[in-house]
Design a protein around this ligand. Structure first.
Ligand SMILES: [Zn+2]
Ligand SMILES: [Zn+2]
Length: 332
């Protein structure tokens, strides 16, 4: 179908989309599993493309620049959180790249499964020149979703960090935590993922369903990034934290997770969560990944394979992110 894109305003850039990652949120939204999808819906918030046109007042970018767009395309820019660079927590709600009200056109916003997108330059990111572009696309959501909590909880040298779940988010968490200088312990329910976790940079891998292996980590971890979207026992992981340790959720299980009071009281522990990151921090993450040569492990698909990709995503059958080659859309 043909979707509307606004004419670039003086502060906008028009981007030809080259690649778009396939996030689990795309699938939830396309299938209305969160019950707020406005149709027609065009998902996609891991966008890498090339600038085709710039508005008269654009200062950060020029035609031909390779850029990225993540989960947000706007926010109020005036509230205390926007001023702090925490646009994701804007009190008016940030404008999502897809399925948010579009103040320019009056419709909903349309995401990256498309030929082009027009975005205010303030919400456009610079892509480091040394990275593979297709493999960079997932950094715009999966990358910042893991980088931001790792930074917030001061992961670095001398810290022992647990990454729970080795999927789209977890595989980025392992790579980024390792590059930050931490000792990384990956947790998986599948022995078949041990070699993979080590290849991604983990220093140790723990089979989370083996009580003896879990016991060996008890009270050892400074921080745990929990990237599991399925139901699981967080108390078992809270017991692995040191005094004052934190466990942050970035996965979103459908059902509430029961937390026993003593899991937190004994050791002054924190149970928390994290949502993507602000624009400045997203740029910081991209620059960090450029410096350390970090990208996602991806499997490229054409747009006509998207439904098949969604089905495989549901089964966890992807290492570790699908990325759509958008030139396939023009060939349809
Ligand atoms: Zn996403
Ligand atoms: Zn705001």
């Amino acid at each position: 179908m043909t979707i509307p894109r606004r004419e670039a305003t003086p502060h906008d850039v028009e981007i030809e989309i080259l690649y778009c990652g396939v996030c689990h949120s795309d699938l939830h939204t396309a299938r209305n599993e969160w019950h707020f999808t406005a149709y027609p819906c065009v998902p996609g918030h891991e966008i890498v493309g090339r600038i085709k046109r710039v508005g008269d007042h654009v200062i950060k970018f020029k035609v031909g620049d390779v850029v990225g767009v993540g989960c947000m395309v706007d926010s109020c820019r005036e509230c205390e959180y926007c001023k702090e660079g925490l646009e994701q927590f804007c009190v008016e709600g940030n404008i999502q790249t897809y399925n948010s009200p579009d103040k320019h056109l009056g419709s909903q916003t349309f995401g990256g499964y498309s030929e082009k997108i027009v975005v205010d330059e303030s919400f456009v990111l610079r892509i480091p020149g040394n990275l593979d572009l297709a493999a960079t696309a997932p950094l715009l959501c999966a990358g910042i979703t893991t980088y931001s909590p790792l930074r917030h909880w001061n992961v670095g040298p001398g810290k022992k960090v647990g990454i729970v779940g080795i999927g789209g988010l977890g595989h980025m968490g392992i790579k980024i935590a390792k590059a930050m200088g931490a000792h990384v312990v990956a947790f998986t329910t599948s022995e078949s993922k041990f070699a993979e976790a080590m290849r991604l940079g983990a220093d140790e891998v723990v089979l989370s369903k083996d009580p003896a292996q879990m016991e060996a980590q008890r009270g050892k971890l400074h921080f745990i990034l929990d990237a599991v979207s399925a139901d699981h026992d967080v108390n078992a992981f809270l017991s692995l934290l040191r005094v004052d340790g934190s466990l942050a959720l970035v996965g979103a299980p459908e059902q509430p997770l029961p937390v026993a009071a003593f899991s937190l009281i004994l050791g002054r522990k924190s149970f928390s969560g994290s949502l993507i990151g602000g624009i400045a921090e997203t740029q910081e993450m991209l620059d960090f990944c450029g410096k350390h040569g970090i990208t996602a492990d991806v499997e490229m698909i054409g747009i006509s394979q998207i439904n098949e990709a969604y089905e495989r995503l549901l089964k966890g059958d992807v290492k570790y992110r699908f990325v759509i080659d958008m030139s396939s859309l023009k060939n349809e």
